[in-house]
Design a protein around this ligand. Sequence first.
Ligand code: ADP
Ligand code: MG
Length: 497
Amino acid sequence: MTQAVLQGDTKEIWKEVLLKLYSNVPQSQFLTWFKNTAILEIEGGTLTLGVPTSISFNNIADKFLALIQKASAEVLEKEVCQVQLRVDGSLHKKDMRVVDIVRLARTAAKKNEQRKEELMTPTAVPSQNKRSPMVDGSMEETASQIVSSKSKYTLSNFIVGPENQLAYAACCAVSKAPGESYNPLFIYGGVGLGKTHLMQATGHEIKMRFPRKKILYVSSEQFTNELIQAIGNHKTPELRRKYREIDVLMIDDIQFLANKQQTQMEFFHTFNELHQDKKQIIISSDRPPKELDTLEQRLTSRFEWGMIVDVQFPDVETRSAILRMKCKERGIFLSEEVIDFIAHNVHSSIRELEGVLNQAVALYELSQTTPTIKTIGPVIMKLNQNRMLQGYTYQNRPQTRASTIEEVMDSTSIFFHVSKDEMLGASRKKEIALARQVVMYIAKYDLGHTYEKIGELLGGRLHSTVMHSCNKIGNMLKKSDDFKRDLNSIRLDLGLM
Ligand code: ADP
Ligand code: MG
């Protein structure tokens, strides 16, 4: 006889399944479709998953059923697990059975990050490293670093598009066979387009594949400073030894060696020795070797021995994909609409894209609002020196306080994707009812309308219905920070906060 699984356990089981699903489902879809879901029962080999609406039923059935079955089988330690879906309109955040999907996504993002770090940590610290003067000696005090487990840059979190495809492919090739082809690898491109990311990611990939290899990442400034320090301390021979013992040398932003004759000479010798020994060298720069006219020609001509690749500013699809990836890493949710908006309106670098995202995170966390086009708009405007924004029509609207229920319905309708007619009508569908109740709440507490007046303006509803709705929203606000953020976004849009 099979025993039905107890209810408390099903929630834990569903959490585990969701954690497994997280990496395989795009974040925005994960947060949208698995919101307010719960295991209703597990009986024999069948798991019944409750979903809140028929829309989520269809989407999960179409896209994720096979994944859920596989993950559930793993969690339940069964060969196969049948999963059936059932719409259960009573499932919402307050329900004890429901998993808090936003919190779970954050946990999953953190776990992924930790896992990545574990993977990056060389399993065995090569014993000869310990004996090496460069690890034990005073040189270790200096700024340059052996690639370690801490970098957040990997090849798997680098988004590939037409503008960086060749650079990415070259880095992959180098990481598989360092020193064998493409030596040196020279990556150039403008500021904030991913050169440092690609370089460090390549270093990590090499470290994972060849844990014994000594990999050094150094910025040109660090290299210069080390040299100056070594000269001052009469330790240039040690410094030379340190650099020549390396298997993979990455030097970032080589253009900063301009006009530093002695540093260039030192680098020239290091380069030659490493190259002769078939050690991999990776160089980045803001321009191609030919245009590095402040560097000695004998140096730049060597850069042309290997492979030269560039990174360019990515197109809008790649930009959106990068944003989605960064949101996922940070465990925050931005609607597709907002992602699209940011991607369309950032025109110079990925670093700028991240800057906007940081502001969105700050909005989310500090001012307790869900980022919307309206709140993100001014942030981008500032960065763009007030250039007009695509898809943003509010900037000239004076920020006045809304005073009519019409205005409240306008903003709420945009936020919840529910039409005004639906709000005025009789439908009890959950999302429509919620939007309607939010309008009532704002009309009551921000506009100061009476229950009677609100009922009348909202399609002739009873005073008691309005009162009940306002209480309900009041309770939801007490219980859920996410809901509070949503409501605050609407209030902000209306100039009410
Ligand atoms: P650069 O060295 O070219 O000035 P960085 O490598 O420092 O630029 O990149 C700036 C930021 O943009 C980093 O946080 C990096 O992770 C991110 N970035 C750039 N390109 C990509 C990409 N294709 N995929 C993911 N993140 C990217
Ligand atoms: Mg850089």
